[in-house]
Write a protein that binds this ligand. Structure first.
Ligand code: AMP
Ligand code: DBH
Length: 537
């Protein structure tokens, strides 16, 4: 037994949170089974194809576990999950937890080089993807069929999430009678439950190790501040495996209380509005651009949206102007959510006054969240003064997965996570005023400029590049790349061709620069460093 858990907590601090009762020994598998037992005939999950009760979902999970076990998935094995929003996604993750395996979450938008990196770094032995890939995912799956740099080739298991029986056929071995999984083999509460993704500030996304204990506490705390109940209906419109969608209070919150989960293909009004009306949706989570699209959608009044009680908006900063429109124009409660896959989640309370709701990013959801706002020398600043947000608590990781160098700069000696956000902390509320980390927030999708720069630099006609975020009315930020061509390049560089090149190198689709400008030189700061600030205007 090691002295440090997968999430970086010492045995001693784990014991502390256990004694406080915030870590209560629950696991994702127990959570699921409790609801199946309590509400077998209630509606559990709906997508464009299927509609399942909890008992039916449980049967689907058992079936999925059988197939996965037959393909070598067992306790402790790490498995990349890259599936579209669907009931099959739920079956997959709970089947993995039933087997004690560890999901490694990827978004459908992640590209081949991201997914190969996840497979190397986790390391993952299996990949579960869709058997209905678009062009982008076809590429991901083809690239994963080539051996990784360490010589391994992960086993691909493709699921047809658009079929009545997603587990019927696919490129996998079918089970025989003698390989039915025996009793479930879920892990312990302080085991690694999954690896979640961070937008990351360096080259490639970092992997975030969360345990059952720490994550499920965050789900319970979310439910308390969001008042989610058994007869509620949650619309999942953002990618299912995003931390916001999973846990704030998200899919797992719905499982915890036994609410119904409805999957949408996308957060666009044309997908979301009919589903709200048809399924009497009570709650949904959106990133700011999706909320703005909904507010500005001309045909909104055609749909009956009265069933919605609350919309959660987070992932990137919501403008006060848009926030103010929610109640009068949609008639919904707004809860701003400022969260991070590393842990800390803040909500504006449902009962807060309107000014707090529209102009802050909320309050830490747990009384055990510790907040420090410091200057660049780690000295605390007076309340109300902007500073760097550091945080520690029962559900904020104390280390990234297998990344000692990143850990050294991302955490303080006493275990506080350096969020990279610049905030004002006043009367218990946090307002996000900026960002210290080198990261672009494109409507909630986090992009590491360095990763995009590294890809552009491999182009034979590129001399140098600099990637920054530029303000955008809808997304908050877009990406702009300044590219200096090589002097001896044979043909002139074209922005469209460079975009295509980036796409082909396997970066996530949201990381392809929105704007590429070919320039002769970059703007420089007084001391001769490339000025990213001057570029961003
Ligand atoms: P990640 O670490 O990739 O999960 O991304 C979390 C980051 O997203 C936070 O550290 C913030 O920079 C940003 N973020 C999330 N929610 C909000 C919000 N409501 N307002 C402003 N920024 C946000
Ligand atoms: O952006 C995020 O990562 C995020 C936003 C809202 C998050 O992880 C969360 C809520 O839990």
């Amino acid at each position: 037994m090691t002295d440090v858990l997968a999430n970086g907590f010492s045995r001693q601090s784990a014991e502390h949170y256990r004694q406080l009762g915030v870590w209560n020994g629950d696991t994702h598998w127990k959570l699921f089974r409790r609801t199946v037992t309590a509400r077998p005939h209630a509606l559990a999950a709906i997508d464009g194809i299927r509609s399942l009760t909890w008992a039916e979902l449980d049967a689907g999970v058992a079936r999925a576990a059988t197939i996965l076990a037959h393909n070598g998935v067992r306790r402790g094995v790490k498995v990349i999950v890259q599936l579209p929003n669907s009931v099959a996604y739920l079956e997959t993750i709970f089947a993995l937890w039933r087997l004690g395996a560890v999901p490694v979450f990827a978004l459908p938008a992640h590209g081949a080089s991201d997914v190969r990196h996840f497979a190397m770094h986790a390391p993952a032995t299996h990949y579960i993807g869709t058997s209905n890939p678009n062009r982008h995912l076809t590429r991901v799956q083809a690239d994963l069929a080539r051996p990784l740099p360490d010589g391994r080739t992960p086993t691909s298991i493709l699921v047809n999430e658009r079929a009545d029986d997603p587990w019927a056929r696919g490129t996998r071995r079918s089970p025989t009678r003698d390989c039915l999984p025996a009793t479930p083999t879920p892990g312990a509460a302080d085991d690694l439950a999954f690896l979640q993704l961070s937008g990351g500030t360096t080259g490639v996304p970092k992997q975030i190790p969360r345990t059952h204990d720490d994550y499920l506490y965050s789900v319970r705390a979310s439910i308390d501040v969001c008042d989610l109940r058994a007869d509620d209906v949650l619309l999942v419109a953002l990618p299912a495996s995003h931390n916001f969608t999973m846990s704030s209070p998200g899919i797992l919150g719905a499982v915890q209380v036994g609410a119904t989960i409805v999957f949408a293909d996308s957060p666009m009004p044309t997908d979301v509005l009919p589903l709200i009306e048809r399924h009497r949706v009570t709650h949904l989570a959106l990133v700011p651009p999706a909320l703005i699209s909904l507010l500005n959608y001309p045909d909104r009044a055609v749909h009956d949206l009265h069933s919605v009680r609350t919309v959660w908006v987070g992932g990137a900063k919501l403008s006060e102007t848009a926030a103010r429109r929610v109640r009068p124009e949609l008639g919904w409660n707004l809860q701003q959510v400022f969260g991070m896959a590393e842990g800390l989640v803040n909500y504006t309370p449902l009962e807060a006054g309107i000014e707090e709701i529209v102009s802050t990013q909320g309050r830490p959801m747990s009384p055990y969240d510790e907040i420090l706002v410091v200057d660049d020398d780690d000295n605390e600043v007076p309340a109300g003064t902007p500073g760097n947000l550091l945080t520690r608590g029962p559900y904020t990781i104390r280390q990234y997965h297998r990344a000692p160098e990143v850990n050294a700069r991302s955490f303080t000696g006493d275990g506080f996570y350096r969020t990279g956000d610049i905030v004002v902390f006043r009367d218990g509320t946090l307002t996000v005023v900026g960002r210290a980390k080198d990261q672009i927030n494109r409507g909630g999708e986090k992009i590491a400029p360095e990763a995009v720069e590294n890809v552009l630099l491999t182009h034979p006609a590129v001399h140098d590049v600099s990637v920054v975020g530029v303000p955008d009315d809808i997304l908050g930020e877009k990406t702009r790349a300044l590219v200096i061509p090589r002097e001896n390049a044979t043909s002139p560089l074209k922005p469209a061709a460079l975009k295509k090149y980036v796409r082909e190198q396997g970066l996530a689709s949201f990381a392809v620069p929105d704007i590429i400008d070919i320039v002769e030189e970059f703007p420089f700061t007084g001391v001769g460093k490339v000025s990213k600030k001057d570029q961003a205007v």
